[in-house]
Design a protein. Structure first.
Length: 210
């Protein structure tokens, strides 16, 4: 294959991923038409089958690319956070994650569609797949009293990520309650919500006196 042909094939794959991400984010897997993807991409329909096999394969490739991009961008944020004191480091890591999601509205929409469909494509994480440096930071915070000792890392991690992933979806819903500037997630609002995740409404209640 000539270098020109190779470039065209690679470029067609990239164009299809970009167009498909937009269509899948709008309509989900079942609601998206192949014709809409190729029209948006300006690519012949047969290139979908050449690169991805079928629409399901294209959808899986879109999710994989988006998730890998997020993970790659979050990695240096985690690396910086674990060098800090546990509370400040965790706050920095979670705020960074929220910022990355806000910059990727397509991914948030894709994850919502995937969740509503029962996660048929994105592999469900296991405990050993969670970020080890973040687990160590959390354990260090538990040992110093920065984080509550009775909450396992898996629960804290899952709760935080679920809340932050849904943040761009539901903040506009509560704009009237949160204030006039809450139709978008500002840096200040993001930091307040990360603080709520870290601090909670209350720590463990004291044992009743006998």
């Amino acid at each position: 294959m000539s270098s020109v042909n190779s470039y065209c094939v690679t470029d067609s794959r990239s164009s299809l991923l970009t167009a498909a991400a937009e269509e899948f984010a709008r309509h989900g897997l079942q609601g998206t038409r192949v014709h809409s993807i190729v029209k948006r991409a300006g690519i012949n329909e047969r290139m979908i089958y050449h690169h991805f096999g079928n629409k399901d394969g294209l959808y899986a490739a879109v999710l994989k690319a988006q998730m890998e991009d997020l993970a790659e961008a979050w990695r240096p944020i985690i690396a910086r956070g674990v060098e800090m004191e546990p509370y400040a480091g965790m706050r920095s890591v979670l705020a960074g994650f929220a910022g990355l999601l806000l910059a990727r509205p397509q991914l948030t929409a894709l994850l919502l569609h995937e969740a509503l469909a029962g996660w048929p494509t994105e592999p469900l994480p296991t405990a050993d797949m969670l970020p080890a440096p973040l687990r160590d930071l959390y354990a260090r915070g538990q040992s110093t009293g920065a984080f509550r000792a009775d909450c396992p890392f898996e629960i804290a991690y899952g709760t935080a990520l679920c809340a932050l992933i849904t943040l761009p979806m539901f903040v506009p819903r509560f704009a009237e309650v949160l204030g006039p500037d809450a139709n978008v997630v500002t840096e200040s609002l993001r930091d307040q919500m990360v603080g709520q995740l870290l601090d909670g409404m209350t720590g463990p209640l004291p044992e009743p006196r006998r």
